[in-house]
Design a protein around this ligand. Structure first.
Ligand code: C5P
Length: 408
């Protein structure tokens, strides 16, 4: 990371008091910080504090004549390797989503061609407001990376999501974002062993609606699936990335097909066929609610909960594996187990009819679920291969290499 430059946009929120610590962490890794203070940001921390810690003068106004003459705001945004917005207020997020450029921070955000990571911080009601959630969806679609917000006690005395992620967590997200942006852009990507091949990757959880506001879900972050899609893309493959509502953003340079439910995921996979390989990394809900309501369910005063009628979802992996004409040459499934990993995964491979199973032990003691690392066993007809514990990105790269070898 040494020598990288972070353009740090500091929004106006009480969480700005954590920014000096973030600047320290960034600089401790040998990176430079160009600080930008919004007008509101300057109310919560001072240009003096920020400039001293960053070792560079904090920029404040769009029409700061000398800066504009010497550097220019376009230049400022292009000189960075990554743009970080922390705290990202509801106002800044709204400006970003709409493409407004009425001050230095928003102008830089519109002018930049670099990746942008935001660390939202706001009152819990502002976070839940449909306008903020709408903006968030737009920002996600634009490929903006996000860390947090955390849930907890807030400075305003309320409780819930809206606290800015801790500086250490933002630092980890910066490292990851820089790692991702080191990859060549899709259009300049060199061809690789999978050039001309089409691969389908499913990822993330599914949401199964109970009524318009409630759903059944699981804790899958989509981290491993996104990393696999990116690794296959890096080997030249055309990737159809069918993703449920995941926390980890979809990689660039792949075709992203967003779905909510298992039924939609099945249909999206079907529409994406034919493909030479399918990697089913999604954590598909096993059941859906068949009597889900079009209107919000209400308590009826009897004290009786509603009777939810459930039906089993289609098993997408088993269905793809059993296709006759359109079966991909290679179908890879996942098995998350808490004990007897090899025995269960072997049975699963046979039951589902897939070619390979990537199996792992997700017992809480392993810290794998929701973590950055994974320890997997690759199970094929010929036997099991145990891989050492490594990052999810490294697992993805090795798996993509194995897929490339198999497709020849
Ligand atoms: O049966 P289990 O959920 O443990 O199997 C996990 C594997 O099956 C994963 O590869 C997952 O993506 C896939 N799967 C699926 N459709 C389902 C359930 C699981 O594709 N309905």
């Amino acid at each position: 990371m040494t020598g990288k430059r972070i353009l740090l946009i500091i929004g106006g929120g009480i969480a700005a008091y954590k920014i000096p610590q973030l600047i320290r962490l960034i600089r401790a890794e040998g990176m430079a910080v160009t600080p930008i203070l919004t007008r509101a940001g300057g109310e919560f921390t001072t240009a003096m504090t920020i400039s001293v810690l960053a070792g560079e003068a904090a920029h404040e106004g769009l029409f700061d004549i000398s800066t504009e003459a010497e550097i220019g705001h376009i230049q400022l945004s292009r000189n960075a390797d990554l743009v970080v917005v922390a705290p990202a207020t509801a106002d800044l997020m709204a400006k970003m989503a709409q493409g407004l450029a009425d001050d230095l921070a928003s102008t830089l955000l519109l002018a930049t061609d670099k990746r942008v990571l935001i660390a939202p911080a706001m009152n819990v009601r502002m976070w839940h407001h449909p306008a903020t959630q709408r903006n968030l969806a737009l920002l996600r679609d634009d490929g903006i990376l996000m860390i947090g917000p955390d849930e907890g006690d807030m400075a305003c005395g309320e409780f819930g999501p809206g606290r800015m992620a801790e500086p250490e967590a933002i630092m980890a997200a910066i490292r990851e974002a820089l790692n991702v942006s080191l990859r060549p852009a899709p259009e300049t990507r060199a061809s690789g062993p999978l050039t001309g091949r089409h691969v389908i990757v499913t990822s993330g959880p599914t949401h199964e609606p109970i009524d318009p506001v409630r759903y059944i879900a699981n804790r899958s972050s989509g981290a491993q699936g996104a990393a696999i899609a990116a690794a296959l893309r890096d080997l030249g493959a055309r990737v159809s990335f069918v993703t449920g509502p995941a926390v980890v953003p979809a990689p660039e340079g792949v075709e992203v097909i967003r779905v909510e439910t298992a039924m939609q995921m099945r249909d999206a996979v079907e529409a994406a066929l034919p493909a030479e390989a399918a990697v089913m990394a999604a954590a598909v809900a096993d059941w859906r609610v068949v009597n889900s309501s079009q209107r919000k369910m209400k308590k009826d005063g009897t004290g009786q909960p509603p009777a939810l009628e459930m039906a089993e979802n289609p098993d997408i992996l088993a269905w793809v594996s059993g296709l006759k004409a359109q079966r991909p040459l290679l179908v890879v499934g996942f098995a998350a187990e808490t004990h007897d990993v090899i025995a269960h995964a072997t049975a699963k491979r046979q039951r589902k009819g897939c070619d390979w199973i990537v199996a792992n032990d997700v017992s809480p003691s392993t810290g794998i679920m929701g973590g950055d690392e994974n320890a997997v066993i690759l199970l094929r007809a010929t036997g099991a291969e145990e891989w050492p514990r490594m990052s999810k990105h490294e697992v993805a790269r090795r798996l993509a290499d194995e897929i490339a070898k198999e497709l020849g």
